[in-house]
Design a protein around this ligand. Sequence first.
Ligand code: HEC
Ligand code: HEC
Length: 219
Amino acid sequence: MKKHILIAALVISIPADFVQAERTAVDKLLQDYAAQGATTANAERGKRMWDETFSRDGDFRWKEMEEYEHRSTDVAAVENPVYKEECGSCHMAYPPGLLPARSWTKMMAGLEDHFGDDAELDADIHQAISRFLVKNSADQSDYRRSRKFSQSIGSNDAPIRISDTPYFRHEHDEIADRMVTGNPKVKSLSQCDACHTDAERGAFNEHDINIPGYGRWDD
Ligand code: HEC
Ligand code: HEC
C-alpha cells in the first residue's frame, strides 16, 4: 500500500516539478524582457518557448506578453526605411504616433519652410511618407502613449511640434533649463533621443531616460 502511494506520488510529482521549473524559467525570461523593454523579437522568442512547452498556458501568457509589450513600448516603433532616411537626417525620425493625422498633413504641406529649413521632397516620396504618417498617426493608434498625445490636443488644434502638445508640456515641465537649452549635448526638447535612449523604438518610459551630464532620471 505504502509503495503504491509512493509510486503515485512520484508520477504526480515529477511532472509537477517539471512544470514548476518551466514556469520559473519563463517568469525569469519575462522579467528579462521587462528589463529590456520587451522588443518584438524577444517577445516572439517567449512565444516559441511557451508553444514548445504547454500550449494552453502558452496562449494565455502570450496574450499577457503582447499586452505588456503594447503598454511598455508606448508608441509604435519607426519601421519605415524611406521615412527614416528622409525624415531622420536632421533629427531623429519621430514616431508617427506622437502627433495626430491633421498635424502631419499640415506639416507635410509646408516642407519648403520646415522650421526655417528646406525639407521638400520629390512628389512620389512626399506622397508615400504622408500616407505612412497619417496611417500611423496618434489618433489612429491604440498604443497607450499615442492615445495620451492625441487626447491632450483640442479637436480644432493641429500643432506641428510634438513638444507643443499639452501632454508633452505636462510631462516635461519639471526639467530645468540647464539640462536642456543650457546643455550642449541636448540643446532643445525636440531632441527626444538625447534623453530618451530608445526613442526611435517608441519607448518613452522613465526607465529609458538618461539626461547627458545628469544621468538617469529618478522621480
Ligand atoms: C533639413 C533638415 C530637416 C529635415 C530633412 C527634416 N527636418 Fe524636421 N525639423 C528640422 C528642424 C531644424 C526642426 C526644429 C528643431 C528644433 O526646434 O530644435 C525640425 C522639427 C521637426 C518636428 C518638431 C519637433 C518638436 O519640437 O516636437 C517634427 C515633428 C519634424 N521636424 C518632422 C519632420 C518630418 C516628418 C520630416 C520629413 C518629411 C522632417 N522633419 C525632415 C529639420 C529637418
Ligand atoms: C532633456 C531631456 C529630454 C528630452 C530632450 C525629451 N524628454 Fe521626454 N522626458 C524627459 C524626462 C526627464 C521625463 C520624465 C519626467 C518626469 O517623470 O517627471 C520625460 C517624460 C516623457 C514622457 C512621459 C513618460 C512617462 O513615463 O510618463 C514622454 C511620453 C516623453 N517624455 C516624450 C518625449 C518626446 C516625444 C520628446 C521629443 C519630442 C522628448 N520626450 C524629449 C526628458 C526629456
